[in-house]
Design a protein around this ligand. Structure first.
Ligand code: PLP
Length: 428
């Protein structure tokens, strides 16, 4: 019996499901999760000493690779000066200046502790600023676990949203309309009917929680147009895509300017961080300048700021994203090619440093329903075979994968060689 199995059994005594975030329990791929002992660069090692090439990257933050020496040094130096003060610091000012410099749509920014806090606050701010209660999100999009955002579609776009978790008040879920990602016509129709009641649209500009699905041409443009026409606020949830699909995020990549943006993951460099930012007139409605309340004991935590700032400075260096994109493309295109050579139906998507693969002959993949139709059993089998091969992929067919600057050509080639062996074994 290995140590991961022992720990998982033990963990379940005092931690619900043995994990502190559900996807880590491997429920959708079955089997025991791997317990991690340490990580460095492109690799993680489990508690049994096995090394894996890691394409989860802590679900996105590890864009420089794990435990980058400069990030670790910045955190260590700050730790000596104190872990948290609950009072303002120069580091927070530097962080705010840098985010505003890198992302032109952001005039002001508020640091929080997670992506969930960022989106929850963005929604409250949008409701406060517009005086409206209804919000629009998209099926298959994930924006953290606050009540208004844990809602799925009713039987039609305009029916009341239904809570996707017990504990979410029905009366709140009813204020959330869940539409189809990449269906611009549906968005226009809904806004024609009830646009003047809608506070905001929140969207992952590249969907990364239904695997990886880029926006089709015209989709994000339509969101901008309907928000402008109806006085609604456009929120880009760039918790995943921010500083991941390019230095200016998805908004820079696709040339669409949102009113508010949420960040997380990369901006914390591996520490617990989120942020929301946007237009000055909206952001200044947050307390203490405005009436919309938000606060946090550990917000702007100095260790997190030190890790995040060091990460943002590194990824701002010329050529960083070209290199990251080339690696990610090599992986995604390589996977597709190897699969086809071995007679396996596989389609991939890739944007910047994120990628997705789908066991299906359908291409391109632009809709959530296509992901649902893909062969999930094939995915499960492939996931476990790759894990045995020492390749750590996201343990769900509905998650994007992440490449870091630390992944070398040899790592990518080793991954493709492992994938080929797995595809060959599929026949049997
Ligand atoms: N928004 C998006 C797009 C995300 O991918 C996530 C997490 O994966 C969140 C929000 C929630 O962030 P957190 O897990 O830090 O609360």
């Amino acid at each position: 019996m290995n140590r991961s199995h022992q720990l998982f059994t033990h963990a379940q005594q005092h931690i619900p499901g043995g994990v502190n975030s559900p996807v880590r329990a491997f429920r959708s791929v079955e089997g025991d999760p791997v317990f991690i002992d340490r990580a460095k660069g492109a690799y993680v090692w489990d508690v049994d000493g096995k090394r894996y090439i890691d394409y989860v990257g802590s679900w996105g933050p590890a864009i420089l690779g794990h435990a980058h020496p400069e990030v670790v040094e910045a955190v260590q130096k700050q730790a000596e000066k104190g872990l948290s003060y609950g009072a303002p610091t120069e580091l927070e000012v530097e962080m705010a200046d840098l985010i505003c410099e890198l992302i032109p749509s952001v005039d002001m920014v508020r640091m929080v502790n997670s992506g969930t806090e960022a989106t929850m606050t963005a929604i409250r701010l949008a409701r406060g600023a517009t005086g409206r209660d209804r919000i629009v999100k998209f099926e298959g999009g994930y924006h953290g676990h606050s009540d208004s955002l844990l809602v799925k579609a009713g039987s039609g776009a305009l029916t009341h949203g239904v809570p996707s978790s017990p504990g979410v008040p029905k009366c709140l879920a009813e204020q959330t309309l869940t539409l189809t990602y990449n269906d611009a016509e549906q968005v226009r129709n809904v806004f024609d009917e009830v646009g003047d009641e809608i506070a905001c649209i929140i969207v992952e500009p590249v969907a990364g929680n239904m695997n990886c699905i880029p926006p089709v041409p015209g989709f994000l443009e339509t969101l901008r147009q309907v928000c402008d026409a109806h006085g609604a606020i456009l929120i880009f949830d760039e918790v995943m895509t921010g500083f991941r699909v390019g230095l200016t995020g998805a908004q820079g990549r696709y040339g669409i300017t949102p009113d508010l943006t949420t960040f997380g993951k990369v901006i914390g460099g591996g520490m617990p961080v989120g942020a929301l930012g946007g237009k000055r007139e909206i952001m200044s409605q947050l307390a203490p300048t405005g009436p919309v309340y938000q606060a946090g004991t550990l917000s702007g935590n100095p260790l997190a700021m030190a890790a995040g700032l060091t990460t943002l400075k590194r990824i701002s260096q010329p050529g960083f994203f070209e290199d990251l994109e080339a690696k990610t493309q090599k992986l995604a295109m390589g996977l597709e090619q190897v699969a086809h050579e071995e007679g396996i139906a596989l389609t991939t998507n890739q944007v910047g440093g994120m990628f997705g693969f789908f066991f299906t002959a359908e291409a391109p993949i632009t809709r959530f329903e296509q992901v649902v139709r893909s062969d999930i059993e094939h995915f499960k089998r492939f996931f476990h075979m790759m894990l045995d091969e020492g390749i750590y992929l996201a343990p769900s067919a509905f998650e994007a994968g992440f490449v870091s600057a630390a992944h070398t050509d040899e790592d990518l080639e080793a991954t493709l060689a492992a994938a080929r062996r797995c595809f060959q074994a599929f026949e049997n």
